[in-house]
Design a protein around this ligand. Structure first.
Ligand code: IPM
Ligand code: SF4
Length: 467
């Protein structure tokens, strides 16, 4: 048998039909659904008089539009558009009999945090969602990617997806990370290195000692941003850490089924002599705590750096950098750690898990914020409950942070949590596009520890100075 990558193995195990031109029909194991990209898909089913093909494999949760304030049970806190979308999901979940975590359920949260938490996401699966950050689930050694609304309808109706195979790309992070360097610094640094188009046409497998050393939370952070590097999906081979995380979760297999699943999961790795179409290798020790300065996730620099000048770039990037600097209100040559911050946002499907809150609380312990506003938005109700139990919530509150309910929140301006024009934010999310967090808002992406450091100093800060 010819050697295969992990991606090849999962792909081959899910192809139901292959056409002459290589177009395949893939079987889908898990379909995650949120309120933004599903209303038309359900409407399509309704009009055609069809059912959801596999309601037991379809899991829905509202996350993008939901307010995160404690009074959110009061529908008046939602805009009309948001309310319509969330109510539509309530109704669609009930009408079509799919698994559902409504706003009132403690398990509600960001779809990419809820899936793994509830044991829906398992190694070797195909996982799709009408959402680009579905790549997050690749941390389990699942083939997971975003799909469009018409594809959401196709998967609801048939539990299959029409796909062409991507190429194989390996991103290896060798050796150990230095103190203060986290999964977020890895994933941002990779995009800084390859650019936002570096992964176009590929599925990335992240590997190497630094990746193995990461917790499951950290691995999810890395895979989450595969899409920002242009890749179709990102994944990491499952290992003992993966199996330990999955074991005992509500929807993980049990007993004999667990044993059978485990036997298969242990075959899910890239063969030593598998073929890679592209390989990127980065030394773990070369990665620093980083921040973004511009309006693309590839605009990444170590915190010890300076704001670049447009002339530092080549080709089309010169104009893009000029525009970015203008939008961001930054002067070339300014040391990054002198950039003043108005707001700090800790949360999102990139960094809204318990380990992220622990890392931020570690820096904040006994300190006060020096920014206008700061909020922590746990990725799920269960993350929130655990953080309260561990005393993290109190650390955030004592420091001056708002302690919110779960949702996408200020990651994107689809709910009341938004930046004002010109407001500058240290954010743990994954996109820094113009207007992403609110019209005219300015976003600097970084790790939770770095965001906490910015919160206590009032400017972008090298977290290593506070450690
Ligand atoms: C709203 C949704 C379709 C979108 C996505 O696909 O990623 C959002 O989650 C985002 O992060 O921009
Ligand atoms: S937290 Fe942000 S990136 Fe993640 S799904 Fe929500 S809006 Fe998209």
């Amino acid at each position: 048998m010819s050697p295969k990558t992990l991606y090849d193995k999962i792909w081959d195990a899910h192809v139901a039909h292959e056409a002459d031109d290589g177009t395949c029909l893939l079987y889908i194991d898990r379909h995650l659904v949120h309120e933004v990209t599903s209303p038309q898909a359900f409407e399509g089913l309704r009009m055609a008089g069809r059912k959801v093909h596999a309601p037991d494999k379809t899991i829905a949760v509202p996350d993008h539009n939901v307010p995160t304030t404690l009074d959110r049970a009061n529908a008046a806190t939602m805009t009309e558009d948001s309310r319509i979308q969330v109510e539509a999901l309530d109704k669609n979940a009930a009408d079509f009999g799919i698994h559902y975590y409504p706003v009132s359920d403690i398990r509600q949260g960001i779809v990419h945090i809820v899936g793994p938490e509830q044991g829906w996401t398992l190694p070797g699966m195909t996982v799709v969602c009408g959402d680009s950050h579905t790549a997050t689930h690749g941390a389990f050694g699942a083939l997971a990617h975003g799909i469009g609304t018409s594809e959401v309808e196709h998967v609801l109706a048939t539990q299959t997806l029409i796909q062409k195979k991507s190429k194989n790309m390996k991103v290896e992070i060798t050796g150990k990370l230095r103190p203060g360097v986290t999964a977020k610094d890895i994933t941002l640094s990779v995009i800084g290195h390859t650019g936002t188009a570096g992964g176009t046409g590929y599925v990335i497998e992240y590997c190497g000692e630094a990746i193995r050393d990461l917790s499951m939370e950290g691995r999810m952070t890395v895979c989450n941003m595969a899409i920002e590097g242009g890749a179709r999906a990102g994944l990491i081979a499952p290992d003992e850490k993966t199996f330990a995380y999955v074991m005992g979760r509500p929807h993980a297999p049990k007993g004999a089924q667990w044993e059978a699943a485990l036997a298969w999961w242990k075959t899910l790795y890239s063969d030593a002599d598998a073929h890679w179409d592209k390989v990127v290798t980065i030394k773990g020790e070369d990665i620093a705590p980083v921040v973004t300065w511009g309006t693309s996730p590839e605009d990444v620099l170590p915190i010890t750096g300076k704001v670049p000048a447009a002339e530092d770039f080549k080709g089309g990037k010169v104009e893009a950098a000029k525009r970015s600097l203008e939008y961001m209100g930054l002067e070339p040559g300014t040391p990054l750690n002198q950039i003043k911050i108005d707001t700090v946002f800790i949360g999102s499907c990139t960094n809204g898990r318990i380990e992220d809150l622990r890392a931020a609380a570690e820096i904040l312990k006994g300190k006060k914020i020096a920014v206008k506003r700061a909020m922590v938005v746990p990725g799920s109700g269960l993350v929130r409950a655990q953080a309260e139990e561990e005393g993290l919530a109190q650390i955030f509150i004592d420091a001056g942070f708002e302690w919110r309910l779960a949702g996408c929140s200020m990651c994107l301006a689809m709910n009341p949590d938004q930046l004002q024009p010109g407001e500058r934010c240290a954010a743990t999310s994954n996109r820094n596009f113009e207007g992403r967090q609110g019209r005219g808002g300015r976003t600097h992406l970084m790790s939770p520890a770095m965001a906490a450091a910015a919160a206590v100093t009032g400017h972008l800060t090298d977290v290593r100075e506070l450690m």
